[in-house]
Design a protein around this ligand. Structure first.
Ligand SMILES: [Zn+2]
Ligand SMILES: [Zn+2]
Length: 446
């Protein structure tokens, strides 16, 4: 009996600090939650487009400064001189120990919100082309910002439990996948130490609020935009024999491009070639001079990406040649050097370690393994070609009853970027703060 009491005492002494820390984190988040929900709704109603995150970044910087972080604003340098960098970098030093980078994105999308929520966005603005567009946090970056600010507060309050350096990055222009690149070009890693680990979360439009998901290895694809200009020799629609019709050549090219993935690429290497836009001609009886195609190319491996890009060029040029288009009117294939981002590769060891911490903090039933997707993110850039172990995990954001109904009916839920995407603020924000705080504590605990 004595032995049993001694054993029970020993067990309680051993688990007590972790349990206490867990309880104190829960209590801290409970206390903070009403303010976090209010912040979320405020951000949701005031979205800003990529490259123009001026008020959002100023708000984030002010909040982090008031929590005791050393904050640098206006970080980021674009190739386009018209865009100013509005990135935020905040640092908290807390003795010797690992350096952890936590990232949120700040930008919203040119989408007119149709959720009908009381805090829905009614913001309208002009895009770079001068067209009036609605603006909406349709990718949930407002969820990310709020979880990030909540995490910043928790870690400032729990300083006695961790050691090291925390770097918080408010990243611009994720949706246009040039923001992380701009922040690195603006000297991010010369103003802060290179991190030992980089972490981010992204909300998920298919996963229940209250849960998180993880995907070791390749989690999101690389992405490259390609513009093809097919040039012909225009003329009267009634006299095709006197022309080289770029519309027919474009149609053949689009179909032939489909054979890259189906016939040239290994079925074991995921890849996508999508022609998302075709523009040419103005009138039914005119054969135009040119047709423009806009493509997105996705894969995980860099060598697959290189192969696809070379094949696009080869197929496009040879179909034009077969149609008799002279060399000086050969198609122009332009691979974008701005709309391009590497794949997101979640370091397997780090990802499994974080998954373990999530299970302890959220309960094993709330942590699920998620398959890789062909969507893209520019978070991977912070890993400097995967030399810094990094991990982006998914945060469930949907009302559980809606997920259940969608599973039963087979009717898909509104996806990210939909005008109807509607994250459930609580418990999404609670889980976001809890998971991200647990992730940092796992890597820095004393
Ligand atoms: Zn997005
Ligand atoms: Zn996003």
């Amino acid at each position: 009996m004595k032995n049993r009491i001694f054993f029970a005492l020993l067990v309680s002494i051993c688990i007590a600090p972790a349990l206490l820390a867990q309880q104190s984190l829960d209590a801290l988040i409970d206390r903070e939650l009403p303010q976090l929900v209010a912040t979320y709704k405020m951000l949701h109603a005031a979205p800003e487009l990529s490259h123009y995150e001026i008020k959002t970044s100023a708000f984030v910087a002010g909040q982090l400064r008031s929590l005791g972080y050393t904050v640098t604003e206006n970080v980021g340098k674009y190739d386009n001189p018209l865009w100013k960098g509005h990135g935020v970098v905040a640092v908290m030093k807390n003795g010797d120990g690992p350096t952890i980078l936590v990232r949120t994105d700040l930008d919203a999308l040119p989408v007119e919100e149709k959720t009908g929520l009381p805090y829905a966005s009614s913001v309208k603005t002009k895009n770079d082309a001068g067209q009036e567009v609605g603006v909406m946090h349709a990718c949930g970056h407002d969820v990310h910002i709020t979880s990030f600010l909540g995490t910043a507060k928790m870690l400032a309050q729990l300083k006695q439990e961790w050691h090291g350096t925390l770097i918080l990055v408010g990243q611009l222009a994720e949706e246009t996948i040039d923001g992380a690149k701009a922040m690195l070009a603006g000297g991010l890693y010369s103003m802060v130490p290179k991190p030992d680990f980089a972490i981010a979360l992204h909300d998920n439009a298919d996963l229940e609020a209250g849960k998180v998901a993880y995907c070791p290895g390749f989690a999101l694809a690389n992405s490259t935009s390609v513009e093809i200009t097919i040039r012909g020799l225009g003329g009267h629609g009634s006299k095709p024999e006197a022309t080289k019709d770029p519309i027919v050549v474009a149609a053949q090219t689009i179909l032939a491009l489909q054979t890259i993935v189906s016939r040239e690429n290994s079925p074991l290497d995921p890849a996508v070639v999508t022609v998302g836009s075709i523009h040419g001609g103005a009138k039914s009886n005119i054969i135009p001079d040119e047709v423009k195609l806009l493509l997105t190319v996705r894969s995980y491996k860099e060598e697959v990406r290189q192969h696809i890009l070379a094949s696009i060029e080869r197929i496009t040029k040879n179909i034009a040649a077969a149609a008799g288009i002279p060399d000086d009117r050969a198609p122009i294939v332009k691979v974008s050097d701005t709309e391009v981002t590497p794949a997101t590769y979640n370091d397997p060891k780090l990802t499994e370690r974080l998954a373990g911490a999530f299970q302890k903090t959220l309960g094993a039933e709330n942590v699920v393994k998620w398959p890789p997707i062909m969507g893209s993110e520019d978070f991977g850039r912070f890993s400097l070609d995967n030399t810094i172990p990094s991990c982006m995990f998914w945060l469930g954001a949907v009302e559980p009853a809606k997920v259940e109904a969608a599973r039963k009916s087979g009717k898909p839920l509104p996806s990210l970027h939909s005008s109807l995407f509607q994250p459930l603020p609580e418990p999404t924000l609670r889980t976001g703060v809890k998971a991200m705080t647990a992730a940092v504590l796992e890597l820095t605990r004393k």
